[in-house]
Design a protein around this ligand. Structure first.
Ligand SMILES: C[S@@+](CC[C@H](N)C(=O)[O-])C[C@H]1O[C@@H](n2cnc3c(N)ncnc32)[C@H](O)[C@@H]1O
Length: 160
């Protein structure tokens, strides 16, 4: 990114811990494409951190796997094929075609795998959960079905 993008961009590499090197109330927009689709334990801490760095009234755009995404499960859909590929490494659920084509098991369903990859879970959020739990941190402006390819987009706003 430093080689190919304009030099005025501030680029840094964060960790899984929500502790960004950015000032409070300093950003007009945060976008997270296919990131909360992989965050299990520290979800609320990340929401609090993003709220901290946004200006009052500013927007947070995040793509999610929702219950609608879960409903897309069939061979050829990337999320389906990725989960079937990992099925023998997912200890918490018996991942089969019938499981993936049944109802989403929990409001927040985490399919975690116990082998190292660049991420180690796929997370699904019911939109009721997003409105209730994420709504404690932000105003939920809109949830856009298929806003980012097969993922839905949640548009949130820090309260003024
Ligand atoms: C599918 S990639 C998306 C990357 C990029 N946003 C894009 O659109 O190309 C998922 C990203 O989530 C990050 N990630 C995975 N698990 C995470 C976690 N527990 N906490 C924070 N970030 C995580 C990965 O490092 C990776 O950058």
């Amino acid at each position: 990114m430093r080689k190919f993008l304009p030099p005025n961009l501030k680029i840094f590499h964060n960790t899984i811990l929500p502790n960004l090197p950015l000032e409070d109330n300093s950003l007009a927009l945060v976008a997270a494409f296919s990131v909360f689709t992989h965050i299990d334990d520290l979800e609320f801490a990340w929401l609090a951190e993003i709220k901290r760095i946004l200006r009052p009234g500013a927007f947070f755009y995040a793509s999610i796997h929702s219950e609608r995404t879960w409903g897309l499960m069939k061979p050829g859909i990337p999320i389906h094929d990725a989960l079937m590929h990992m099925r023998n490494h997912i200890p918490d659920y018996r991942v089969t075609e019938a499981f993936l084509q049944g109802a989403m098991p929990r409001e927040k369903t985490v399919l975690y795998w116990d082998i190292a990859e660049n991420y180690n879970s796929n997370v699904f959020h019911h939109t009721d959960y997003i409105r209730r739990e994420w709504g404690r941190f932000f105003d939920v402006v809109e949830i856009i079905p298929c806003g980012s390819d097969y993922q839905d987009v949640v548009l949130l706003r820090k309260r003024p």
